[in-house]
Write a protein that binds this ligand. Sequence first.
Ligand SMILES: C[S@@+](CC[C@H](N)C(=O)[O-])C[C@H]1O[C@@H](n2cnc3c(N)ncnc32)[C@H](O)[C@@H]1O
Length: 274
Amino acid sequence: MNKQIPLTGSSDLILFYEQGTDPGYVRDLAQKLNLPVTSDCSEAQAHGIFLQLDQEGLALAGNGQLLRADLTHMLPRLRQDNLNRELLVRAAKLKHFTGTPSAVDATAGFGEDALLLAAAGFSVTLFERDPVIAALLGDSLRRAASVPELSAVVSRMKLVEGDSIQALSRGDTGVDTSPVLSRMGIQPDVVLLDPMFPARQKSALVKKKFQLLHFLEPPCSDEEALLQAAISARPRRIVIKRPVKGPFLCGKKPSFSLSGKAVRYDVLVYAPEG
Ligand SMILES: C[S@@+](CC[C@H](N)C(=O)[O-])C[C@H]1O[C@@H](n2cnc3c(N)ncnc32)[C@H](O)[C@@H]1O
């Protein structure tokens, strides 16, 4: 039985690395996240929650659990027949569109939704503002790039560590597109928002795992700003992931919704698509 650990905040994190992991990678991660490092597992465990770099990549550890971003388990969902049935793909699909559509995933998390969009042909820019989640996602994308069935899809995904509200906002500049996105050469056709807290999973084990995430990620408290920023970026569509019975984001009525068993996609359609 694992004892419950106190969740005290990410400033207490430490990076534990197993022997045989790339020392340069350990150094870069520690520097980027400003974390102390140790190769002593018991020292890491004394911190309660810690980052672990082992042969399988980076994970958040604690509470007797390992939480690792992993895109390979999505492979069955990427098979063409399955992909076309994915609610998100149907919600984001632009009618009569030629060329490569561009999507911004404004709440990237572990990148699973972004992966579906990339597999459906979008070039996807993923924004993640939590540095630890961004590190876990970055590590997962790095590993996925060397999986033959995923490498082409992952090459259409670009992770940006930072706040999407700032990136998407046009502010008072009077220009047509957000200055940040325009510097990046991006005019998003679709913006995806999934600010919901991952409490929809029912099993006790998953709930326990997500305690680790809750430790890092406070519930999204700036939904209004996020939606306004997405609208200001002038995409053709905004796709919003919601719990199936949840309210509309900020009460905004969508153009249409697609519902599954656990989630619903509310779609705001802004421009003729062609
Ligand atoms: C529910 S998760 C998204 C899960 C994601 N759809 C997936 O498929 O894995 C929400 C994520 O959005 C991030 N987030 C929330 N607001 C953000 C913002 N303004 N900019 C960037 N990331 C944000 C949180 O840190 C969290 O990791």
